[in-house]
Design a protein around this ligand. Sequence first.
Ligand code: DAH
Length: 342
Amino acid sequence: MALDEAQLKARIEGAADEAALEALRVELLGRKGSVTEQLKAVGELPPAERATAGSAANQLRLAVQAALEARGIALRQAQFTQELSTPLDLTAPGTQPALGHRHPASLVLDELIELYWQMGYQVAEGPEVETEWYNFEALNIPADHPARDMQDTFYLEEAHLPRTHTSGIQIRHLELHKDELPVRIIAPGKVYRNEDEDARHSWTFHQIEGLVVDEGISLADLKGTLEAMMRGILGDQTKLRLRSNYFPYTEPSVEMDATCVVCGGTGKLGEKDCHLCGGSGWLELGGAGMIHPQVLRNIGIDPMVYSGFAFGFGPERIAAIKYGVDDVREFWRPNFAFLEQF
Ligand code: DAH
């Protein structure tokens, strides 16, 4: 049965909105639309009738297409006119863009930098991809030294590696400034290790390195400096302890601990060992010591004239203690509920 063009046009012109118009388009011109079917049917007519029927069907298709297009334009124009005539409330509150804020590790780093800046330190930096020389060798850690295993790491090509600690910056800085002693620097940065992650370890973390070289520097200067820093950042209630340790680039070497935030230094949570400190009651903050004479010699500084101390701490550990966070892996998770608390 032939379709009535006038009737179809009337239906199209009556489409109330764009959705209704689209439904009509599918009904008429879609793959199984009635106009499409009529075009297809032409092929089945006796040859003598095909030409007339074909051109009529085609003309109908074109007319329907034109009507759909015209109605679409009319509908959009009507909507636009209506939008224009709706009064605009210039006093309505705007949408506030989310500004974000500093990461807790950055907050602690900045606070540390500020504290050391007050004590007369400068900030130094080094590359995140370091050579084996600066990361290990120059620090008295040759290839077969067991201290390398403690910083189990990833290797890149040609004796380069993502630095396992910020200690290489000590060497880089002294090489450049050995003729301008004394030096007093801190060096913050990201470091990488092949760690099994747990509440105290993540394979990427920050460190802040410190270095002082001058005439007559002693262990007492180191202790006083570390205590001033810890009092400044954690307050007087946190207890600190220094215990002896071993690093190939310091002699003597010490480890610095602060009381655990979760168990308050008791090591216990009820009957169980505290999960953060593992039952010791202390959290290891980092290492320090008096610079090994061989390290000074490696750079060309006379250890008979100059001495110095160095230290390296993890700001995430300090942030955990300062803010009472019981899992350092949170600092590296995209967890806004956690991060927005700072
Ligand atoms: N580099 C050591 C580490 O990553 C920390 C450290 C220990 C830094 C002793 C020092 C130092 O400067 O003197 O575990």
